[in-house]
Design a protein around this ligand. Structure first.
Ligand code: HEM
Length: 480
């Protein structure tokens, strides 16, 4: 071991003499085969390991995780360099076998895990009008009524005082908001096929949010074979539901000359109208499913928000005070109230900050650099937004749930170092949906109820991923 350590340190030093003026990023001593994978152990989330390495070696640290060459990027300036200034150098995603298998053998089918391409640009451009509806447009007011009616139905299912398993209720209503908004379809919450579709999405969402050593050590993949086969089965079931019950005959029946009424119609128009670049129908269906699957992200996120709030009666009281002052009791909270309800919006931000969901890893598509350190083509980049969300240099009492940190002089503020949705050309396509749906449902629930704990339930919200297991957190609701 000592010999190996001396050998690798000498090798490292010799590389520090840069030919092209770039420095080689520092790297810890590594172990054969696993490289630095062992350094990821012992933390609640791997991103805490990245913060530790950043403190020990500097902002840019080179790692070999199994057979994958990686670089950890710490610090707001460096992360912005990777996301924005040189965003076009770092716009690919990792080529993990798991991603390939989860998307019918081709990760390019996925909106979030594909590499950058003209097709991806088209997919993103087509989505914008639907995922970022502008205030005062028809699209926005239609979403506003969908969120209000979804919230009304969800709150009507709550039986005050009883132990409530919230996740299935929230997920189904989020799914209906998404299906109505993107496809003009709505299902009864007792419809078995619909309920199964919601559960299937949730299971896949959990799976894609897990990190596996097998992503870096492909010889471990056989251990995941059964699980991946199950995910493929669930994905097939979702496809069947989407084709039979969501798209139905609309592919053939749509008048492609008319203005699209929803995202589904935009996709059909693109495929049938021969736009360039046009998507194959199969690719369009994957894009549709990815966006519909966004309801799992919002639903899981909301359950975590409620789990935070159970421990924060003061925050609940402040939200309710804001609701009473701005909305009163005679009408429902709507997403149009957001500008006048900064504290409620700030609660959504604060939950997002504390969950510290990672930026989906990027990959360098060419030789490049960050902060003067060489980044080789093909390197996987871990952009450490955990540190940006949790550092005590950037936030006062970062471990505490304090929505007021996002409110200044009665207005919502978003500090520059708060980057929970990434940035640049691969930034999150769903952040507005998260903010709107979460605000509407949270506001509607707290207008009607106070959230209370259930005996013997602990409300420790897992961080580092949005996904929650199926049977998670039960609550009681007291009517106000
Ligand atoms: C609290 C919930 C969410 C969080 C924290 C979150 C965060 C993120 C992050 C960090 C990225 C990577 C950005 C980058 O690489 O710069 C991302 C990508 C993405 N998100 Fe979200 N997201 C959330 C919900 C959603 C929802 C609801 C949707 C769909 C409606 C969505 C759609 C996407 C898509 C399509 C991408 C991939 C974009 C691309 O690679 O071009 N997200 N998200």
């Amino acid at each position: 071991w000592v010999a190996y350590e001396i050998y690798s340190q000498n090798k490292r030093r010799s590389k520090e003499i840069a030919v092209d003026g770039l420095l080689e990023p520092p790297t810890p001593v590594r172990i054969p085969i696993i490289g630095h994978l062992h350094l990821m152990g012992g933390y609640e989330v791997p991103y805490q390991a990245f913060s530790f390495l950043g403190k020990k070696y500097g902002d840019i640290v080179k790692l070999q995780l199994g057979n994958v060459k990686c670089v950890v990027v710490n610090g707001q300036k460096n992360i912005k360099e990777a996301l924005v200034t040189k965003g076009h150098h770092f716009d690919s995603r990792p080529n993990f076998q798991r991603y390939q298998q989860l998307f019918s053998g081709n990760k390019e089918n996925s909106l979030a895990f594909c590499d950058w391409s003209d097709t991806q640009k088209t997919r993103r451009d087509m989505l914008k009008a639907h995922t970022f509806p502008r205030a005062f447009t028809n699209n926005f007011s239609s979403l506003e009524s969908l969120i209000s009616s979804g919230t009304r139905s969800a709150t009507s299912e709550i039986k005050p005082g009883e132990v409530t398993h919230l996740k299935p209720i929230i997920l189904k209503h989020c799914a209906n908001i998404f299906l109505s908004h993107f496809c003009s379809k709505h299902f009864s919450t007792t419809d078995e096929n619909f309920s199964e579709m919601v559960e299937n999405f949730d299971e896949i969402f959990y799976e894609v949010n897990q990190g596996y050593a097998a992503d870096f050590l492909p010889f471990l993949m056989p251990f995941h074979r059964k699980n991946l086969e199950r995910m493929n089965l669930l994905a097939h079931k979702i496809r069947r539901f989407v084709e039979d019950e969501v798209v139905e005959d609309r592919f053939d029946d749509l008048d492609v000359e008319s203005e699209p009424n929803d995202y589904l119609e935009s996709l059909i128009r693109n495929v049938r109208g021969g736009e360039t670049p046009s998507l194959p129908w199969d690719t369009a269906l994957f894009a549709l499913e990815d966006i519909l699957g966004g309801h799992s992200a919002v639903g899981n996120f909301l359950v975590k928000v409620f789990a935070f709030l159970v421990n924060e009666p003061d925050v609940q009281r402040k939200i309710q005070k804001e609701i009473d002052e701005v909305v009163g009791g005679d009408r429902e909270v709507t997403i149009g109230d957001r500008p006048r309800m900064p504290y409620t919006e700030a609660t959504v931000y604060e939950a997002i900050r504390l969950i510290a969901s990672p930026i989906v890893p990027r990959v360098a598509n060419q030789d490049s650099s960050i902060d003067g350190y060489r980044i080789e083509n093909g390197t996987v980049l871990f952009l450490n937004n955990y540190d940006l969300s949790m550092s005590d240099q950037l936030w006062e009492q970062p471990g505490k749930f304090l929505p007021e940190r996002f409110v200044k002089e009665g207005r919502l503020i978003k500090p520059e170092h708060f980057l929970p949705f990434g940035g640049g050309r691969r930034s999150c396509m769903g952040y507005k949906m998260v903010q709107l749906v979460a605000f509407g449902i949270l506001g509607g629930f707290l207008q009607n109820f106070t959230v209370l704990p259930v005996d013997n339930e602990t409300y420790r919200v897992p961080i580092g991923s949005l996904a929650l297991t199926k049977d998670t957190f039960k609550f009681r609701f007291a009517r106000r």
